[in-house]
Design a binder for this molecule. Structure first.
Ligand SMILES: *Cc1c(COP(=O)(O)O)cnc(C)c1O
Length: 362
């Protein structure tokens, strides 16, 4: 039996044929019509008015914060449980991070604690919908509006997930999505910003294209950078988008199957997930000694991955190491992501669950 990866991207002849077709068309390779098509597919799916594709899901956050006028020295509120890209995107141009603990039912930012972290220097709050879960996003938006701070949604893991029938990433001023190899659809590297605000959309397009007033014209009213995409990757993105509905369905099935097989092992804790609105990106379980289970799974040719360490505990954030965020610490030290690729068969999930049952002598 081959090693089962915790996560692997999935492509088939559709992407291969589309790329081959594109390469035969005498292409420019850089972003153009195919990128526009990819953007419009994301608008259709998320119902966002604008989509701006960039080269990854980290600079997308940096760009969004700049478009929202966040400057060096401003404070940005970030959950302590996330991928490191979330705080790093703000640190990149000198903003100060304020970490906030998460709530246990969603593992997303605790809004009451976020309220306490707001000061007169706070310019933005980045809400991370970790694993497609979220709290009450209307309440988060209201908190931001009441304090006149920008709301950026890091929805990197949440393409295909909703709150109140609205796609995640459309509650804040700007939402950000990632297409890295780990995500529900992928172009290898890639990111997208979605917004309903016409002015922000124009600003974002300028910022990602050297600050040009219009594509192809070298007139610059402000400083911008090169965060552009490539049509070669957009060709893959368009094919992946056509598979999104099936993937969302499959992610839910995978989660249900694990929950059914492992649900009555008392040593394993699941965090609630509402599959009618959430397409879990990864299957996450919370246990004592996750390293031991991880080694046992590896011996049985099964990959897994530890849930992110608390941001404040990383060496990169040494000045925050003394702080305490109990909920994040609890779930971080216990969290393990199980194999979750959308092409994972039921049979393999059975094998993985049987192996876990054996580990717990079940
Ligand atoms: C993947 C991810 C990112 C970074 O996206 P890249 O495209 O890899 O740069 C940012 N935030 C979260 C929550 C992520 O999961």
């Amino acid at each position: 039996m081959e090693f089962i990866h915790q996560m692997e991207p999935s492509i088939d002849h559709k992407e291969i044929d589309a790329v081959s077709e594109y390469l035969k068309s005498n292409p420019w390779l850089t972003e153009f019509k195919k990128t526009e098509e990819f953007e419009s597919l994301i608008c259709q799916y998320s119902k966002a008015k604008h989509c701006i594709i960039v080269n990854n899901g980290t600079v997308s956050l940096t760009l969004a914060l700049q478009a929202l006028n966040v400057k060096a020295g401003d404070e940005v509120i970030v959950p302590d449980l996330s991928m490191i890209a979330t705080p790093n995107s703000a640190v990149m141009f000198g903003a100060t991070i304020k970490f906030v603990d998460v709530e246990k039912d969603t593992l997303c930012m605790d809004i009451n604690k976020a309220k306490d972290a707001i000061t007169n220097k706070t310019k933005a709050l980045i809400y991370v919908s970790l694993n497609g879960r979220s709290g009450d996003l209307n309440a988060v938006r209201k908190l931001c509006d009441d304090h006149n701070i920008a709301m950026l949604e890091d929805s990197a893991q949440s393409l295909g997930s909703f709150y109140n029938q609205k796609h995640l990433g459309t509650f804040g001023h700007i939402g950000s999505i990632s297409f890295s190899s780990q995500k529900i659809i992928t172009t290898g590297q890639g990111g997208a910003l979605i917004t309903n605000d016409d002015g922000l959309a124009v600003k974002l397009r300028k910022l990602k294209d050297f600050g040009r007033v219009r594509a192809g014209i070298d007139i610059h009213e402000e400083i911008g950078y090169n965060f552009k995409f490539t049509d070669l990757l957009a060709v893959i993105g368009c094919e992946q988008m056509k598979k999104l509905n099936d993937r969302v369905k499959r992610k839910k099935e995978i989660y249900s199957l694990y929950a059914k097989e492992l649900g009555n092992i008392k040593e394993i804790e699941f965090v609630p997930v509402d599959l009618s609105r959430t397409a879990p990106w990864f299957v996450d379980v919370y246990i004592n000694n996750p390293d031991e289970l991880q080694s046992y799974l590896k011996e049985n040719k099964i990959g897994s991955r530890r849930v992110y360490p608390p941001m404040h505990s990383q060496k990169a954030y040494a000045e925050y190491n003394h702080l305490q965020f109990p909920v994040t610490e609890y779930y971080s030290t216990r969290g393990l992501w199980l194999p979750s690729s959308s092409n994972l068969s039921d049979e393999k999930i059975k094998y993985i669950c049987d192996t876990i049952k054996k580990f717990y002598n079940h």
